[in-house]
Write a protein that binds this ligand. Sequence first.
Ligand SMILES: [Zn+2]
Length: 230
Amino acid sequence: MTAAQLLLRYQALVDRERALRESLAATEARLESDPAIVEREDTLASARAKQDEVAGRLRESDKVREDHRSRLRSRQKELMSGRIRNPTELIQMSDEVAHMKARFVEEEEAQLRIMEDAEAADESVRSATKELEDATRTSTEEEPGLRTQLAEWNMELADVITEKDAIWAQVPPRDQALFSRIRVRPPIARVNGTQCAACHVTVTSSGMQILRKGDALVQCENCGRILAAS
Ligand SMILES: [Zn+2]
């Protein structure tokens, strides 16, 4: 193999190593914490918070209604007792009782609406709980497959690194130095016909000649990449 071909192979192994490391990191993160579970835990937590909030409103509303009910009863008692003789006072009190009754009816209706909210909140908690259970089950079922995949990738990674180092060792030191100096990524490109496959600029005829002989590295005059004959 020419130095350019060795470097092309080397670059392919570098790319594969990076892809493997990314896949390994993503899968390890997934095994550490499954985003599907985290999302459903958040949904369940919000549903529970809503349930608590509605329960608080229901307790408050119960208290207020109980309070109003006992006041209404004591007023009604007073009205029926016959102690109040003054007609104006009687009319006033009977108006007050009528008003309290009307308010009590409104409060009952409001109470019914809060109870509906409470039912809806309970249902949200039930369904969020079920979704979380499903996600946890799926996640657990996926785990052995992911662990097998991790083991396979780790084995491939070890092979890739071994081959990469072996290829690099075959590249003459001055070509290694040139390759390492190039900042553009990837630092090597094939030649398609007479064009640099990375930037599509035509390679000079002298460049093509050296490339065909294969005894020295040629760089693209435009992008600076090392060129490899196809
Ligand atoms: Zn180029």
